[in-house]
Design a protein around this ligand. Structure first.
Ligand code: PLP
Ligand code: SF4
Length: 412
């Protein structure tokens, strides 16, 4: 079966799903009612991985609508990552100094129940703005913004585009001299590995240096089909990464994440991020405590080969972007030593260099108040810039009451 046939034959109704897994009529109706809020579309392949009778099956939880999705809790957002204000044109989210997201479609192979882009993905109205004109606007923006050296092609799922269309977009990106690397974020290897055709691989290889990040959440997803798709990509020399979302009742357990990550490494995929579930509406039942993520990190760092250890990150609302969080390894410090602990709890000290602070080599000016230094530190507005003698003394929140009083006094 070709991937396009597979797309057409996805399971989209409770009745159709009932032919594959045990569902009561009530359950089938409930699925349809939730799917009116955020559609259901399960590829036959992914469905084949599902336990037919276990409602707690991790494959089922990620793909079958749950009545709890209709519940919106306080503190949840329609746009949890605050992406809209950072979108200069509809196809672009430009948040960080050197890289940008390029959204080329709102369509996906499967609608993941935990999706944080629910407001766009699967919404027929929202898919209208990403037409050819929007892609052209996005390319124009990327051409004009010389600071963007890395473009993350995302969506939706970019690999759902026709291979020729994708080839065209990637070729346009490769023509932009300041774009040094391109990345693709896709769930195709996980939910529709048949999409990884020889033709597609050739197109991706041609766009080198291109990195591909996929989205495995559970060891059950690493099947002969998905791992042979990964092998095709790796054999073509495409560096592979994986972003996992920590999901309650799916993978919120140190041994599951550990097994997932070491198996990914064995298939030449580097675990990249482990994400705390975003504060998107309707996914409260998937959200773990942040301490769960920290517990998982504690159980992995040092215990497991480090290239199997992802970065645990949260993306708090308001558009601050990703924030990595770690257990504490630094216990204390003085001028002469730092005290650290290792994964076993052994506490040791490391002597500070007596040679004074580091200086860059001749010709480098990234420390200090040079133009280049400023650029690297994002025009003086970052914690990194504060580390410089000439950088800001403090970063003050907008609307800080004390600052407002001060400026009022000075204008009186
Ligand atoms: C995640 C993200 C990126 C990429 O960030 P990395 O940490 O480099 O993977 C870029 N732009 C936006 C808006 C993002 O959310
Ligand atoms: S593939 Fe990504 S964008 Fe698409 S539904 Fe799943 S999580 Fe959302």
């Amino acid at each position: 079966m070709t991937w396009k046939t597979e797309l057409r034959e996805r399971v989209t109704t409770g009745a159709a799903l009932g032919a594959h897994i045990s569902l009561s009529d009530d359950e089938a109706r409930q699925i349809d009612s939730v799917a009116r809020l955020f559609p259901m579309a399960i590829p036959q392949y992914y469905l084949s991985l599902m336990d037919k009778s276990d409602p707690f099956c991790p494959i089922r939880r990620q793909s079958v609508p749950d009545i709890r999705e209709t519940v919106v809790q306080p503190g949840e957002f329609e746009d949890p990552l605050g992406e809209e204000p950072d979108s200069p044109v509809p196809a672009i989210t430009h948040r960080y100094p050197d890289r940008a997201l390029f959204l080329v479609t709102h369509r996906c192979f499967m609608f993941c129940r935990h999706c944080n882009r629910r407001r766009k993905v699967g919404d027929a109205r929202a898919s209208l703005p990403l037409n050819d004109a929007a892609i052209d606007d996005g390319l124009r923006y990327l051409r004009a913004e010389k600071s963007i050296e890395d473009v993350l092609v995302s969506g939706g799922d970019p690999l759902i585009l026709d291979t020729e269309r994708l080839d065209w977009i990637l070729s346009r990106l490769r023509e932009i001299p300041h774009v040094r690397t391109v990345r693709i974020g896709t769930r195709a290897p996980v939910v529709m590995p048949s999409r990884i055709t020889d033709h597609l691989v050739a197109v991706l290889k041609k766009a080198s240096p291109l990195w591909l990040n996929t989205h495995f959440n559970h060891p059950k997803e690493l099947t002969p089909e998905s791992t042979s798709a990964l092998a095709k990509l790796a054999d073509a020399g495409i560096p592979l990464g994986n972003q996992t979302v920590l999901l309650r009742g799916v993978n919120d357990c140190p041994s599951i994440i550990r097994e997932l990550c070491v198996t990914l490494v064995a298939h030449r995929v580097r675990p990249y991020y482990l994400f705390q579930c975003d504060l998107a509406q309707g996914i409260a039942h998937f959200r773990t405590r942040i301490s769960t993520g920290l517990e998982i990190m504690e159980s992995m760092i040092g215990h497991v080969r480090s290239y199997a250890v992802p970065t645990f990150a949260i993306d708090p609302p308001g558009g601050a972007g990703k924030v990595p969080i770690l257990p504490n390894y630094l216990i204390s410090q003085s001028d002469s030593a730092v005290v650290v602990r290792n994964y076993e709890g052994v506490i040791t000290k490391y002597f500070e260099s007596s040679a004074g602070p580091s200086e860059c080599g001749s010709g480098c000016s990234c420390r200090g108040n040079s133009e280049q230094g400023q650029r690297h530190r994002d025009a003086g507005q970052s914690v990194a810039a504060m580390l410089d003698r000439s950088g800001p003394v403090s970063l003050v929140p907008q609307g800080n009451a004390r600052e407002l009083r001060r400026s009022k006094r000075s204008s009186d």
